[in-house]
Design a protein around this ligand. Sequence first.
Ligand SMILES: C[S@@+](CC[C@H](N)C(=O)[O-])C[C@H]1O[C@@H](n2cnc3c(N)ncnc32)[C@H](O)[C@@H]1O
Length: 240
Amino acid sequence: MTPSTKTPPWKTQGDEKREAVRDMFAEIAPTYDLANSIMSAKGHHRWRNEACALIGLKRGDSVLDLCCGTGDFLVSAERYVGDSGQLIGLDYCAPMLEVAAGKVRPGTQLTLGDATFLPFESERFDAVTVGWGLRNVPDLNRTLAEVVRVLKPGGKFVCIDMSQPAGPLGPLSRWAYHVMVPLLGRILRQPEAYAYLPKSTEQFLSRDDLKRAFELAGFSEVQYKTRFFGNIAIHWGVKL
Ligand SMILES: C[S@@+](CC[C@H](N)C(=O)[O-])C[C@H]1O[C@@H](n2cnc3c(N)ncnc32)[C@H](O)[C@@H]1O
């Protein structure tokens, strides 16, 4: 077999990253949910519900879930926005959206599109959610600017993503993460995709820098909290 000459996704930037990350998610789409549940000990559902509550999602809200992947954030949001709410998921990877289509309720719109160029009019949404998405986009600041643009004034934004644990347990937790996640990748026969997760987390903004990026983009009342021994951070804020 000829060894792959493709640049691994964690070494790419800009348009090359856009394509490498999309190819990677297309490959892992069928096993993404299983891997997520194993890696988070099923905590990922709880964190999405918590994120919906933190931004006070309520009945009738219109919500955009950015980088919606297999649709779990949309499923969480359904309970909060009720039948009168409008839910739209956007992702640029068709195989991930195909999995989502089997899970979300009828009426939820799934849009194939790029987070850095949102195909929606300005001030359309009451809230925007994103789970484990911002770390993957090729231009974070442009994505945040797009989120600000499509939110109504007073609209809320919440982001869940990986984070680097701090404190005395930090090194142990980091070591486990760098060993266990790639091991899972080898078991699932997707070593590159699961090597990407710890490497992209290392390259991503710290919790405080992500908070500052939210503020610079135009969000106020920006806060964050951590979960899962500091490996997960939930950031949220309000568009002025
Ligand atoms: C780790 S998955 C997260 C899926 C889902 N949000 C969740 O909570 O499980 C990241 C998703 O971001 C999508 N993504 C990455 N870059 C994107 C971009 N530039 N535009 C749209 N979607 C993107 C990928 O296709 C993938 O489905």
